[in-house]
Design a protein around this ligand. Structure first.
Ligand SMILES: Cc1cc2nc3c(=O)[nH]c(=O)nc-3n(C[C@H](O)[C@H](O)[C@H](O)COP(=O)(O)OP(=O)(O)OC[C@H]3O[C@@H](n4cnc5c(N)ncnc54)[C@H](O)[C@@H]3O)c2cc1C
Length: 461
C-alpha cells in the first residue's frame, strides 16, 4: 500500500472527494484518498444483473455547468453519455389518484387539471405581493405566500420529494430554492426575477444524462485517473492536529496505520466527522455537525414484462404529492429514460420510499416493500402480476436536509476551518446535494486549497 506522508489527505471517495482529488492532482499536488469501502463513488452505485441495469443511488445527472461538461470530456466519458428521448421530457404528477403530465407550454398550462382555475389565476398576483425575504422561512411558507397553496401541494411538494426526499415545511427556502429566494430579495418578485434572468442568461448546455454502463462510470473514470493515490478499504478512525500538520489514523484489514499530512480535506458525511475528530479546541463545532438531519430512503427497482403494465410509461416518471393517498414518493420509468436498462420486451421502474415524509417505511424488508408498492403501482399504472425482477437498496442516511436553521451549521463549518488552518470541509451537506453540485463543490474546494497553499507559502520564512 502506498504510504504517502507528505501529500494532502482526502477523506472519502464519494463523488465530492474524487472531484477534489482529481482537480488537485491535475495541479500537480500529491493527494492520498482514504475510502473505507471496497469501491469508489460513495452513493453513486450501479449494478448490472444480466440485462437489468439498476442504479442503487442517483439515476440521472442534470448538467448545466461548463466545468462539469469539461470534466466529462477530460475523462473521455462524452462518448458514453446517454440522454433521454423526447418522450422522457414528460413528467407526471399525481392528483386525485390520476397521472397528470406537468405542463410544458402555456397552452398545456391553461388546459391542465393539475391546478384549479383559481390556483392558475392566483399566480398572476405574484408580482404584486410585497417582498418579505426572511432567512428563516421554510420552502412551504415562501411558496404558499408567493404562489398559493395548490402550487405548494401539487408542484413544489412532489418536486422537493424528488430531489431532497424532504419536507417543504422544514426545508429552508434560502438554502434549497436559493434562486427564488434571491429573486424576491433583489427584484421583489419571482416573475420580475425570471424576466431579468432571461435577459442576462447565457446559453449553457443543459441536459439530463447518464452513461451507457450507468452512473458509476463517472466515479470509476475518476478513480482510474487517481490510480494508487486512492486507498480503498481504509477507514479513517482519527484525525489529529500537530504542531507541524495532521496525523490520519486509519484501519486497513487488521492493521492500524498512522500517516502524516500537510492538510486534510474531509468529504465524509457530516455525521461521521465527530467520530474521528480528535482536537478539543473545535470539538463543540464539529459535534454540532452530527445534528444535520439526513433522511432514510429505499430505492426499489422492479422489472416487469412489458405486457404486465397497461400504462405507456411515456415519460421520466411520476411524482406523488403528500396529499395523495399513497406511501410512494415517486417512481422513475427507468427503461423509458435510457436504453439498455431492461431485457427486450421488459420494463424497469425504480420506486422511492421513505424520506422525511415517511421515514419508517424506508427501513422495511424487501418483501414488505414490494407488497406495499404493488397495489399502488396497479392503481396508478394498471399492473398485472408480480415483478419478474427486483433489486432493493436501503440508505439509512440517504440525503442531508438543508432545513430552516441550516445557517447555524454553515457557521460551525466555517468556524472549524478558521480555527484549523489546513482543514477543509466539503460534501453534499454543503453547497448542494446533487451529483453536479458535489462535483462543483469539489472543484471549488480544490481552488480554495490552492489559495491556502499559496498564502501559507508566502507567509513562511
Ligand atoms: C437514493 C439516492 C438517490 C439520489 N438521486 C440523485 C439523482 O438522481 N441525481 C443527483 O444529482 N443526485 C442524487 N442523489 C444525491 C447524490 O447522489 C449525493 O448527494 C452525492 O452522490 C453525495 O456525494 P458525496 O461524495 O458528498 O458523499 P458520499 O457519496 O456519501 O461519499 C462519502 C464517502 O465517504 C466514505 N467514508 C465515510 N466515512 C469514512 C471514514 N471514516 N473513512 C474513510 N471513508 C469514509 C464513504 O464510504 C463514502 O464513499 C441521490 C442520493 C441518493 C442516496
Amino acid at each position: 500500500m502506498k504510504k504517502n506522508n507528505n501529500s494532502i489527505a482526502i477523506l472519502g471517495a464519494g463523488i465530492t472527494g474524487l472531484s477534489v482529488a482529481y482537480a488537485l492532482q491535475k495541479k500537480g499536488i500529491d493527494v492520498t484518498i482514504y475510502e473505507k469501502g471496497t469501491r469508489a463513488g460513495g452513493v453513486v452505485q450501479t449494478r448490472r444483473d444480466n440485462d437489468w441495469l439498476v442504479e442503487k443511488g442517483p439515476n440521472t445527472l442534470l448538467v448545466s455547468d461548463q466545468r462539469v461538461w469539461d470534466l466529462l470530456d477530460e475523462l473521455q466519458l462524452n462518448k458514453d453519455v446517454l440522454t433521454p428521448g423526447e418522450e422522457a421530457k414528460k413528467r407526471y404528477v399525481i392528483r386525485d389518484k390520476q397521472l397528470h403530465a406537468v405542463p410544458l407550454s402555456l397552452i398545456d398550462f391553461i388546459k391542465t387539471d393539475l391546478l384549479s382555475t383559481t390556483a392558475k389565476f392566483r399566480l398572476f398576483k405574484e408580482p404584486f405581493i410585497a417582498g418579505n425575504a426572511d432567512d428563516r422561512e421554510s420552502v412551504a411558507g415562501f411558496i404558499r405566500r408567493r404562489l398559493g397553496h395548490e402550487v405548494l401541494d401539487y408542484a413544489v411538494n412532489p418536486f422537493v420529494s424528488g430531489i431532497y426526499a424532504g419536507d417543504p415545511k422544514q426545508l429552508s427556502v434560502k438554502h434549497t430554492f436559493s434562486s427564488l429566494f434571491t429573486m424576491e430579495k433583489e427584484y421583489g418578485s419571482i416573475a420580475k426575477g425570471l424576466l431579468k434572468q432571461k435577459k442576462s442568461s447565457r446559453s449553457a448546455g443543459r441536459a439530463l444524462i447518464s452513461f451507457k454502463k450507468g452512473l458509476h462510470q463517472l466515479p470509476q473514470a475518476l478513480a482510474n485517473k487517481l490510480d494508487d493515490s486512492l486507498l480503498l478499504r481504509c477507514q479513517v478512525d482519527q484525525v489529529k492536529k500537530t504542531a507541524t500538520g495532521w496525523i490520519v489514523k486509519f484501519k486497513n484489514g487488521n492493521s492500524t496505520i498512522e500517516n502524516r499530512h500537510h492538510a486534510i480535506i474531509s468529504t465524509i458525511p457530516a455525521h461521521q466527522l465527530p467520530k474521528i475528530w480528535n482536537d478539543e479546541k473545535s470539538q463543540q463545532s464539529v459535534d454540532q455537525l452530527a445534528d444535520i438531519k439526513y433522511v432514510p430512503m429505499s430505492a426499489l427497482a422492479l422489472g416487469f414484462r412489458r405486457n404486465q403494465i397497461h400504462h405507456a410509461l411515456d415519460g421520466f416518471g411520476m411524482l406523488i404529492p403528500e396529499k395523495e393517498p399513497f406511501s410512494l414518493l415517486g417512481c422513475l420509468f427507468s427503461s423509458s429514460l435510457f436504453v439498455q436498462r431492461a431485457p427486450k420486451d421488459h420494463v424497469l421502474i425504480t420506486c422511492f420510499m421513505g424520506g422525511a415524509r415517511n421515514p419508517d417505511i424506508a427501513a422495511a424488508p424487501t418483501e414488505l416493500l414490494i407488497k406495499e408498492v404493488l397495489p399502488q403501482l396497479d392503481s396508478l399504472l394498471k399492473v398485472s402480476g408480480p415483478p419478474v425482477f427486483h433489486h432493493h437498496t436501503f440508505w439509512e442516511q440517504a440525503i442531508p436536509q438543508y432545513n430552516v436553521g441550516y445557517d447555524h451549521y454553515l457557521k460551525s463549518m466555517k468556524q472549524v476551518e478558521k480555527t484549523n488552518p489546513g482543514f477543509f470541509l466539503a460534501g453534499n451537506f454543503r453547497g448542494g446535494v446533487s451529483v453536479p453540485d458535489c462535483i462543483l463543490n469539489g472543484l471549488d474546494t480544490a481552488d480554495k486549497f490552492v489559495k491556502y497553499l499559496d498564502s501559507s507559502m508566502k507567509s513562511s520564512p
